[in-house]
Design a binder for this molecule. Structure first.
Ligand SMILES: Nc1ncnc2c1ncn2[C@@H]1O[C@H](COP(=O)(O)OP(=O)(O)O)[C@@H](O)[C@H]1O
Ligand SMILES: CC(=O)N[C@@H](CCC(=O)OP(=O)(O)O)C(=O)O
Length: 258
């Protein structure tokens, strides 16, 4: 089976030009089939505030009304996605930027929650694995933003960790998939402020214990929920850590196991 490397980067890397450049240098050197998924929540929050919108997150998901949807489409599918694509092209990676609407690559359904109105937020329903595999086999490096669509003309905002997870699950039908979540820290930490406290391996039992003890909190909770979901649905390997580990496997990081 051919291998695919799926990497997700979040707002803290994207928002720091020097970190982003270093990440893209490391990413561009990865051999074989690869997919990049980026978030950008921090930039969207800043842009929304600058035009008088009040950002609101519930359980890691942004409440996305119509004006907020315009902001996230502009920031994720426009500014961030196209900058990353241009920077990868400069490093001789044949990147193409995609939202889920392009080539119907990621179809989602508007979230229907009994008590919370999330607005234009989508939960992934289906990935166009065939087209994605064809793109990879043609030497393309797909770069996905956090925008999907419902196939009825509506764009939807979807958490970028979930996009990376769902793409990996779909690709694992045809490839051996390694999914890596890169962020500003060295991995899942015993003390979220101390980079030397990396937990090298975490399974669901340890996760539940550490979540209860509040060692794991905020954005790390949906990230790890996505990891366990992906592992149980076919993804071969999942790692969380700093992008330095992409070029040097001795750099400490966290491996997720069931
Ligand atoms: N035990 C932990 N180890 C590392 N980070 C943690 C931990 N618990 C909570 N976090 C928080 O999770 C955040 C990562 O989640 P998030 O902000 O969603 O990531 P991303 O930058 O990928 O979007 C970190 O910035 C950190 O503040
Ligand atoms: C529905 C929803 O919450 N979408 C996310 C998508 C961006 C994202 O996930 O960005 P990070 O990876 O940088 O956090 C949001 O708008 O914040």
């Amino acid at each position: 089976m051919n291998k695919v490397t799926v990497i997700k980067i979040g707002g803290n890397i994207i928002d720091n030009p020097a970190e982003l450049e270093q990440f893209l240098i490391d990413f561009s050197k990865i051999e074989g089939y690869k997919v990049l998924v980026h978030g950008g929540g921090k930039s969207a929050t800043k842009m929304a505030q600058s035009i008088g919108l009040v950002p609101q997150m519930i359980e890691g998901r942004r409440i996305t009304d119509a004006p907020m949807l315009d902001v996230v489409v502009m920031i994720y599918a426009g500014q961030i996605n196209k900058h990353i694509v241009a920077q990868l092209q400069a490093k001789d990676n044949n990147a193409i930027g995609f939202s889920g609407a392009d080539g119907n690559l990621i179809q989602s359904t508007k979230r229907n929650h009994p008590t919370i109105d999330y607005g234009f937020v989508g939960d992934v329903k289906q990935v166009n694995t065939k087209l994605l595999a064809t793109l990879l086999e043609a030497g393309v490096v797909p770069v996905f933003c956090a925008i999907t669509h419902d196939k009825n003309g509506q764009l939807l905002n979807t958490n970028a960790d979930t996009i990376a997870s769902e793409l990996s699950i779909a690709l694992s039908e045809v490839f051996d998939v390694t999914l890596t979540y890169c962020f500003e820290k060295q991995g899942v930490l015993m003390d979220s402020e101390d980079d030397s406290s990396v937990i090298t391996e975490i399974n669901e039992a340890l996760y539940n214990k550490l979540k209860e003890e509040k060692v794991i909190h905020s954005g790390m909770i949906p990230k790890l929920d996505n990891c366990f979901n992906s592992l149980s649905r076919g993804v071969q390997k999942i790692k969380i850590g700093h992008h330095k580990m992409l070029q040097n496997s001795d750099v400490p990081h966290t491996t997720i196991t069931l």
